[in-house]
Design a protein around this ligand. Structure first.
Ligand code: FAD
Length: 454
């Protein structure tokens, strides 16, 4: 019999959603969070960014019974609005069906709502201000520090699910014991956040139903809408080099940079130069582990297991998918935790690796390729092939964002076949009229099995 009490470390998005899912199947959950309660008076200031939510995340919220409560936090985004350096714009839809849109959500508000949902359940107890400090593998217990009381105590690994984020203390402890084989690669690019406030009467100052991108080759600015009419902007660029965060240390340099590359949007931003100089620089990286669990004692989940760069907007969506997969395996068998964790890793490991790769590739697409006229042509052709062969040809972006039933690893494999095909048939064409669409469709039919047979 597997135990029906679970200790979860980290009340971020992943730990909190999992707590709700497990409690709904009559398990008892103790949730330990290093920070103070973000809903309280002494809330710690966290990352303010908003996040793009798509089908895998929506699935997780639905499965935990909280999707309806999340609705008011969401602003739909139907495509990318690309802002060229000369001020011209082009809208590139994400998909071709009405429901093919993604949603902007405030990280802070979403976390609070997920905490409320977990707190509503009698069988979840949440301990804020309690931090994991270490793990004793031989004794099968973790050490937790009650920060305010300065009191150290033990919790049993029977089991512990560690959702303690990208800098996971548990992952480091398991790595040092030779269990998980973690590998962390920092990107040479980082990010800073800026804000466009709402206009008079809470009006949006840019088109609200789009993810705005200012692609500039080696760097880019993006903007996501918030329900209150403001936008959160994120500048991604190299940390070092001629045009880099290291070169923007004075307000004069930052003003010149904004005027040169983002003249159309700079006047809308609150204190752009000062914000660029003073706001903290966020680091980005990819964490891959060979394994995610230690026997039936400990499992790493969410960013703790597989932090990825944010360029496909999938880190949280993947973390929510982790919860869905684990929940399904628990429903489908009475096996012990060891076997449950093994099955979970077997299924989800290749998917996390696939989206980690695709997220890195998407950075180049967003900051650079999106400006290439061939990119728009290939997108047009991919939509046309999807119309003709809806069960075979689904653009890779759509598979990742709108088709939670297609595993990331399958999206990656099919996406590679499709990309070769798109390149081949658009090589000598400048418009869709010049493409031999019948031949492209015939090639797609030969090379791609129907999705339903996967
Ligand atoms: C700039 C940026 C933009 C992003 N945009 C998107 C997006 O658009 N869409 C998307 O899907 N994803 C996005 N992500 C990724 C997303 O933020 C993460 O994948 C997601 O938050 C992971 O959730 P988590 O619960 O695993 O980790 P976290 O949200 O980091 O939660 C971990 C929790 O554990 C707690 N904790 C840490 N250490 C300890 C300890 N020792 N003891 C106890 N508690 C501890 C932390 O306080 C925190 O509450 C973005 C990330 C960044 C950096």
């Amino acid at each position: 019999m597997r135990s029906t009490h679970v200790n979860i470390l980290g009340a971020g998005q992943c730990g909190t959603l999992l707590a709700t899912m497990l409690a709904r199947k009559a398990m008892t959950v103790s949730l330990f969070e290093r920070n103070t309660d973000p809903r309280g008076e002494f809330a710690a200031a966290g990352r303010s960014i908003n996040l793009a939510l798509s089908s895998r995340g929506i699935n997780g919220l639905r499965q935990a019974g909280v999707l309806e409560r999340v609705g008011p936090l969401l602003v739909p985004m139907r495509g990318r609005l690309v802002h060229e350096i000369d001020g011209s714009t082009e809208f590139l839809p994400y998909g071709q069906r009405d429901e093919e849109q993604i949603y902007s959500a405030s990280r802070g508000e979403l976390n609070k709502l997920l905490l409320d949902a977990a707190d509503d359940l009698d069988n979840v107890e949440i301990h804020f201000g309690h931090a994991l400090t270490g793990y004793d593998r031989a004794a099968r217990h973790a050490r937790v520090l009650d920060i305010e009381a300065d009191n150290d105590y033990e919790i049993e690994a029977s089991p512990i699910i560690a959702a303690d984020g990208a800098g996971s203390v548990m992952r480091n402890a398991l790595h040092e014991s030779g269990i998980v084989g973690a590998n962390e690669i920092l990107l040479a690019h980082g990010y800073k956040e800026l804000v466009i406030p709402s206009g008079p009467d809470g009006a949006f100052q840019l088109e609200p139903h789009a993810l705005h991108i200012w692609p500039r080759g080696e760097f880019m600015l993006i903007a996501l809408p918030n329900p209150g009419g403001d936008f959160t902007l994120t500048l991604f660029m190299p940390n070092e080099g001629k045009v880099s965060f290291a070169s923007l240390t004075t307000e004069q340099a930052a003003t010149e940079f904004m005027d040169k590359y983002f003249a159309d949007v700079a006047p809308l931003i609150t204190d752009p130069a000062r914000s660029l100089v003073e706001n903290p620089l966020g680091l980005l990286g990819t964490v891959r582990c060979q394994h995610w669990h230690d026997r039936g004692d400990v499992l790493l989940l969410g960013d703790a297991a597989h932090a990825i760069v944010p360029f496909h907007g999938q880190g949280m969506n993947l973390a929510f998918e982790d919860c869905v997969v684990l929940d399904r395996i628990l429903d489908g068998s009475d096996a012990g935790w060891d076997e449950v964790f093994r099955q979970y890793e077997d299924e989800q490991h290749k998917n996390a690796n696939a989206i980690a790769d695709m997220a890195l590739e998407n950075y180049v697409e967003m900051r650079d390729t999106v400006r290439d006229p061939k990119f728009a042509l290939r997108k047009e052709l991919s939509f046309e092939l999807e119309r003709r062969l809806p069960d075979r040809f689904i653009p890779r972006y759509s598979m990742v964002m709108f088709h939670a039933e297609i595993p990331y690893s399958v999206a990656q494999q099919r996406g590679a076949v499709q990309e070769t095909l798109l390149e081949e048939f658009t090589n000598d064409a400048e418009t869709l009229a010049q493409v031999d669409i019948d031949a492209a469709a015939a090639a797609a039919t030969r090379q791609l099995e129907p999705v339903a047979t996967i």
